[in-house]
Design a protein around this ligand. Structure first.
Ligand code: LLP
Length: 441
């Protein structure tokens, strides 16, 4: 844990988040429970926004990539912090609009946006749509024409960068379902196509090279390649791109193998990007582009923890000890999907020495339903409160009702006080859309 002080251990030996005792939170709200520290979220938003302000004269915009954690309250925070958002589905867009988010500060992504999603975006006058297919360009142009407006768009391009991260979250390799490749001329073809669409206004380019990336050089290389592409397009088609959206992807701390970045380290990522873009602008005699970044994980990831109650404990002699909790892959599928490693501790005995290695199992009917494998813990007992750290990003947003388990509630902690931001599901929620046809009754 780091200077950001989201987490502390208090005099009772309990884990504290944002000044709230996590054991008290577990007692008050029940478990499993997602808990978010509001100060951390705001501070991360401010780091990016202030750095753009001071280092690039404010010639750009921070978008919170809301796929990391989407609910009405997070959009309300982004709105107060005066940053934009990126959405990637009609559902995220609808949630943001219902939260009162200004549509002009929304960018809409997705490799296969549906017609009704595009319709929803255009009729609400979403600021920018990041086009990722010919079909989308055609549909969007028609919808914009129908609404008698010109829709601002970016083209998602693929500069062919291999970022050092899990293969499933690499997105800008040549073989990717996202974007148009620069190297084979597909991106250039798309530029010509969009420029020929009367109701689309091409503002520039977007690329996103992957997620949970720590190497500055990956971002720098991507930005340089996009700038080279912009220069090439300007030469060949006299088209001046105004906007460069470089996506998100900055890594966070999950466990002892990860670096513990400070706020300032995230500013450094942005500074490195800015300096690469400035150099390339000079080299190519281009105007410095409007720079858009889309961090998701780094804004909410370390701000969140999940609290569970320990239930069954099972020792397979000479093999393994399983400590089961009241959650699992339905609230955090990231071990099952990516073998992601988390830091786990007993929130009610956070000062105690670790004396054994255990695997933390969920309650789903599936052997792969694990939260952490071979992690050190004090001797866990049924009833202990377990905290899993850095679960703020891509946990709730990827949760499911597998086995008809209930998706946990989420609370937001501010100055030690907690408020619901997502209420508990009920069994009635689970059957809400079920229908039993008459002939089965
Ligand atoms: N922009 C675009 C176009 C993206 O596709 C993404 C993430 C982001 C921004 C935000 O990236 P971030 O700053 O959060 O790294 N479910 C995976 C992560 C998938 C990321 C998808 N795109 C996981 O749990 O690790």
């Amino acid at each position: 844990m780091n200077e950001r002080e989201t987490l502390k251990i208090n005099s009772k030996g309990h884990l504290e988040i944002g000044g709230a005792d996590s054991v008290e939170l577990a007692n008050r709200f029940g478990t499993p429970l997602y808990v978010f520290d509001e100060a951390h979220i705001r501070n991360m938003m401010r780091v990016y926004k202030n750095t753009l302000e001071t280092e690039y004269g404010g010639n750009g915009q921070v978008l919170y990539a809301s796929k990391a954690f989407s609910c009405m309250a997070i959009y309300a925070i982004a709105k107060q912090e005066n940053i934009g958002i990126d959405v990637v589905s009609g559902g995220e867009l609808y949630t943001a609009l219902k939260a009162g988010f200004d549509a002009s500060n929304i960018y809409f992504h997705g490799n296969n946006k549906l017609s009704d999603e595009l319709e929803l975006a255009v009729e609400n006058e979403v600021g920018c749509i990041v086009v990722d297919s010919y079909r989308e360009a055609d549909i969007l142009n028609l919808i914009a024409e129908k609404h008698n407006l010109t829709q601002s768009v970016l083209i998602r391009i693929n500069p062919g960068i291999e970022a050092h991260t899990h293969a499933f979250v690499q997105t800008a390799r040549t073989d990717s379902k996202f974007g148009f490749s620069v190297s084979d001329g597909a991106a250039e073809e798309m530029v010509k196509y969009i420029l020929g669409k009367p109701n689309l206004r091409l503002k520039g380019f977007h690329c996103h090279i992957g997620s949970q990336i720590f190497e500055k050089q990956s971002f720098v290389l991507a930005a340089e390649k996009v700038m080279d592409f912009m220069a090439d397009i300007k030469k060949k088609h006299s088209y001046n791109a105004e906007t460069l959206n470089i996506g998100g992807g900055f890594g966070i701390w999950y466990n002892s193998e990860d670096p513990e970045l400070k706020y300032n380290d995230y500013a450094e990522y942005l500074k490195a990007l800015i300096s690469a873009i400035r150099n390339k602008a000079k080299v190519h005699s281009l105007k410095e582009p409007y720079l858009v970044i889309e961090p998701g994980r780094s804004i909410v990831g370390e701000a969140g923890i999940t609290l569970y109650t320990v239930g069954a404990i099972k020792e397979i002699r000479g093999v393994k000890k399983y400590v089961a909790v009241d959650g699992g892959m339905f609230d955090n599928p990231r071990y099952a999907l990516y073998q992601s490693k988390y830091t786990v501790l007993l929130a009610n005995r956070a000062n105690e020495k670790c004396v054994e290695k255990v695997s933390v199992a969920g309650k789903c009917c599936e052997s792969g339903d694990l939260i952490a494998v071979d992690v050190a813990l004090p001797k866990a007992e049924s009833g202990d409160i377990m905290a899993v750290l850095s679960t703020g990003a891509y946990n709730y947003s990827m949760a499911s009702n597998y086995n008809r388990n209930l998706i946990p509630a989420a609370v937001l902690v501010k100055d030690g006080k907690a408020e619901y931001i997502i209420k508990h599901q009920s069994y009635d929620d689970i059957i809400r859309n079920d229908v039993v046809p008459g002939y089965l009754k």
